[in-house]
Write a protein that binds this ligand. Structure first.
Ligand SMILES: *Cc1c(COP(=O)(O)O)cnc(C)c1O
Length: 491
């Protein structure tokens, strides 16, 4: 086990290091009158607390913090997640007292600077997506989807069109899409992908009718592909009176090159915590703004920021708004980071992101496709989806390849997603790593393939160098043991 021995044995909890009488803090002398303890019935008989020194506490928690893979310590090519470098200047700006200390209930006239930032960010995101208006109220990608499909629903109902109960979703869409459509009350109809990985147009034509509210398309799809049928998809859906939702969580692939509004989408969301550089993972705060075209703008979630003729910023509720979908103004700190990121990079910088993200994914695709099966052999976008089928023939699964990568010092790619690729390994390198890092990663995947032939057991039982090897992930997530428990007394 890694870190064995000494005080870096992170399996040894603080309580187990406790030595009676050892003290880690010096409490100041009492400077108020001593008072009696509260009612004895409210007190515990005993409260076991670790008796440890200050350096032990510091070493313990520092060592624990280093057990995690993170973008700040490792290459993190987790497909569909855009785990890219988040410039520290974004945090510095978000920490400025005027931003960090502002209270959401301060009146608009006291928060003009903050509102101006939100107003400008709305404008940037509207521009990036080629739409007409933006609401920053939604707090995550899936939350943006829910907001967007509720707007589609409200749009049809406002026209008295009550029969549109179906939402078409390709089998290559992100898993949150059908969940969001179902939450908004729609019946989900799955649209298959064609042999090239695009939306199957013939299958789409079969489901368009006056009961179709619209379709939700992830672009690029979770196969990492640009759907070359997309303009026709939008045309066919519009022709039957439906609307097209764009899942824009993967905007890292398209920034400055293609705008969803110009391709024909009516509404979309962005994941600011992916594309616009807020640290994420572990369920931390995010933002999934919704951008839409003219016809849906009146339905946007409240509030949106407006600027009046006198140049003052105010919070407004669009005319036919679906209403509030979160508290206050969205996740303000995340919005400040996105604004800072956009302003630091400028238009040319944003365009270079998509250029480098796509180049890096294609570099990985071309340097590994002789060894790892490539189900859709065409230029990919920001991520590449391999299949570990050839390794499977030698008794090594995609999961085991991914686990073995941890021993080489890389975060595992996304596994077994998208569902339509057998033994899927979904790799998203992002734009922020060097060629040297990519080459080391490629070399590791080639070495693991050689191991699958020469010493399959090494791969089958990986990882070998991490503090814990294989986790029971479901139990770890559902029933984590978060508290120290006194060991049962020995007889
Ligand atoms: C990450 C992602 C989502 C969901 O975003 P959350 O912020 O996790 O809710 C939706 N669609 C796609 C394509 C994604 O990659």
């Amino acid at each position: 086990m890694l870190n064995k021995g000494g005080n870096r044995d992170t399996t040894m909890m603080l309580m187990d290091r406790s030595v009676p009488g050892r003290v880690g803090v010096i409490t100041p002398e009492l400077d108020v009158p001593a008072a009696p303890l509260p009612d004895a019935a409210l007190l515990r008989d005993s409260l076991p607390l670790p008796e440890v020194s200050e350096p032990e506490v510091v070493q313990y928690f520092t060592a624990l913090s280093q057990l995690n893979f993170s973008i700040d310590t490792h290459f993190y090519p987790l497909g569909s997640c855009t785990m890219k470098y988040n410039p520290k200047v974004n945090d510095e700006v978000a920490f400025l007292p005027g931003f960090a200390g502002i209270h959401p209930q301060q009146p608009a006239e006291h928060s003009q600077g903050a509102l101006e930032l939100l107003y400008r960010l709305q404008g940037f995101l509207t521009e990036v997506t080629g739409m007409a208006a933006t609401s920053l109220a939604t707090l995550a990608g899936a939350h943006g989807e829910l907001g967007g499909v509720l707007m589609m629903r409200a749009y049809h109902l406002a026209k008295g069109d009550t029969g549109r109960t179906k939402m078409g979703i390709p089998d290559s869409a992100h898993g949150t899409n059908p969940a969001s459509a179902a939450m908004a009350g729609f019946d989900v109809v799955t649209i298959p992908s064609d042999a090239d990985g695009n939306t199957d147009l013939a299958a789409l034509r079969e489901i368009v009718s006056d009961d179709l509210a619209g379709v939700m398309i992830t672009l690029p799809s979770t196969l990492g592909l640009f759907d070359t049928n997309i303009v026709e998809v939008c045309r066919v859906v519009h022709q039957c009176g439906g609307l097209v939702y764009g899942d824009g969580a993967n905007m890292n692939a398209l920034l400055g090159r293609a705008k969803l509004g110009e391709l024909g989408f009516d509404v979309c969301h962005l994941n600011l915590h992916k594309t616009f550089s807020t640290p994420h993972g572990g369920g931390g705060p995010g933002a999934g703004p919704v951008c839409c075209g003219e016809i849906l703008a009146p339905f946007l979630a409240a509030p949106v920021v407006e600027r009046n003729d006198a140049g003052q910023y105010t919070l407004a509720e669009p005319e036919q708004s679906i209403g509030k979908i979160s508290g206050f103004h969205g996740n303000f700190g995340v919005l400040v980071r996105a604004y800072t990121y956009i302003r630091t990079l400028g238009a040319a910088g944003l365009q270079s992101i998509s250029g480098n993200a796509v180049l890096n994914a294609n570099y990985i695709m071309h340097t590994l496709k002789d060894i790892y099966a490539l189900p859709y052999d065409r230029t990919c976008m920001h991520e590449v989806v391999f299949s570990a089928d050839r390794q499977r023939e030698r008794g090594v699964s995609g999961l085991e390849v991914a686990k073995r990568l941890l021993d080489y010092g890389f975060h595992a790619p996304t596994m077994y997603f998208p569902l339509i690729v057998h033994e899927a390994l979904m790799i998203e390198p992002t734009e922020s790593e060097t060629k040297e890092t990519l080459d080391a990663f490629i070399a590791a995947l080639r070495a693991i393939d050689a191991e699958a032939t020469n010493e399959p057991e090494t791969v089958q039982h990986a990882p070998h160098t991490t503090p814990v090897s294989r986790l029971d992930e479901a139990t770890a997530a559902r029933r984590p043991v978060l508290r120290w428990e006194e060991p049962a007394a020995a007889d």
